[in-house]
Design a protein around this ligand. Structure first.
Ligand SMILES: *Cc1c(COP(=O)(O)O)cnc(C)c1O
Length: 393
């Protein structure tokens, strides 16, 4: 943490929900950011898996500026071309071949995408939702009700709904929890806030079968794991399991706020006019930014790049004996340490000029821009042993 004048003004003027800021940042370019003193950092967190194209990417700058000069905001009494095009594009990416049976609702954030999805599940006539231990789905009341972390929930109870939590990856527990009164089963195919935790192989397919058996919807929260972060458009694509609902946000807009709730099959048409709404959702500027993100990922072959670079990073990080395990896929990476030193690692990394996140006491999370260069990845790997020396001292 800096104790600069800006930090003091921040603390004087902003509600203390986040604790003191680690830095006051002034600008960014690619995977690099600079603080207000001009010090440079490699950003390996990417605004928490948001800056898919890094900072100040020309494709986003161009798309946003052009759209803002053309048509910046309309209400949802009206439609715009970027919104229609983005919805069609997302359907084709999320459920290739299912274009007849998929529809999108646009929101402005992850938690709002999940609120939309939660309301959507209510339209089944059922109210019970089964969610996972270790889950994170957002901070608004509905999403919080689906989030397992006690420290986030407790100050705000009672929370809406009937929610049952089961251990992540436990097929027997899921089988026992889902009944004919269950509206939906909600799973992060890769748990991000938990420190990048993957379920055992076969879990997503088992969840699909259990949901089907009881007529429940299968809902994947891919807000952090989606949009190419794992080297696939969705993390669940590598398991080959298709859900009924997908929620997206974070990387979708590349830094411009946008979220999406996508309904497939019967979930596509559960909402009727008047059931849900938003003033900003589907805003032409946000949709133009998201289209730029999608097109750039396609044009620059970034899924392939993410896969290759992810392997290199994970292998390099795992080589140190103070690392017990490296989790995740592509560029959503969890480093499990042999001791609870994640906060020390994040602090030492920052002093060395790298931004990483201590997701839990023992897990360090990396979610760098998808455009991270091999040179920047190598610079971090070269600095890694010294960062661990400092953190474990
Ligand atoms: C970040 C996140 C959310 C919440 O998104 P916000 O935009 O912060 O509201 C929900 N689900 C998952 C899996 C997330 O990682």
């Amino acid at each position: 943490m800096t104790s600069s004048a800006s930090t003091q003004r921040y603390q004087g003027a902003l509600m203390n929900t986040f604790g003191p800021p680690k830095l006051v940042l002034a600008r960014g370019q690619g995977a690099h950011v600079w603080d207000e003193d001009g010090r440079e950092y490699v950003d390996l967190l990417g605004g928490i898996a948001v800056n898919a194209l890094g900072h100040a990417h020309p494709a986003i700058v161009e798309a946003v500026s052009t759209q803002l000069q053309t048509l910046g905001h309309i209400s949802n009494f009206f439609a715009s071309a970027p919104q229609i095009e983005l919805a069609e594009k997302l359907i084709s990416l999320v459920a290739p071949g299912a274009t007849e049976d998929a529809k999108v609702f646009f929101a402005n954030s992850g938690t709002e995408a999940n609120e939309a999805a939660l309301k959507l599940t209510r339209r089944t006539g059922r109210t019970h939702v089964v969610a996972m231990d270790g889950s994170f789905h957002g901070r608004t009341m509905g999403s919080l009700a689906l989030t397992s972390k006690e420290a986030y929930r407790a100050p705000f109870e009672p929370l809406p709904g009937e929610v049952t939590f089961v251990p992540y990856g436990d097929v027997d527990a899921l089988t026992a929890a889902v009944t004919d009164a269950t509206a939906a089963v909600l799973i992060e195919p890769l748990q991000g806030e938990a420190g990048v935790v993957a379920p055992p192989e076969g879990f997503l397919a088992a969840a699909r079968a259990i949901a089907d058996e009881h007529g429940a919807l299968l809902w994947f929260d891919e807000i952090q794991s989606g949009m190419g972060r794992t080297g696939h458009w969705l993390a669940s694509h590598s398991a080959g399991v298709t859900p009924d609902i997908v929620t997206l946000a974070k990387g979708l807009g590349g830094g411009i706020p946008i979220g999406a709730c996508i309904g497939l099959g019967r979930a596509a048409t559960l909402f009727e006019p008047g059931n849900h709404g938003t003033t900003f959702g589907g805003n032409p500027v946000a949709c133009a930014a998201a289209l730029a993100v999608v097109r750039t990922i396609e044009d620059e072959n970034l899924l392939e790049h993410v896969t290759v670079l992810g392997h290199k990073l994970r292998d390099g990080l795992a080589a140190d004996p103070r690392v017990a395990e490296v989790t995740g896929e592509g560029l959503l990476i969890g480093v499990v340490l042999t001791e609870d030193r994640a906060a020390e690692v994040a602090a030492a990394a920052l002093r060395a000029g790298f931004i990483v996140n201590n997701a839990t006491p023992r897990r360090v999370r990396l979610a760098p821009p998808l455009v991270l260069t091999p040179d920047d990845a190598q610079a971090f790997l070269s600095a890694w042993p010294a960062i661990l020396d400092e953190a474990f001292a």
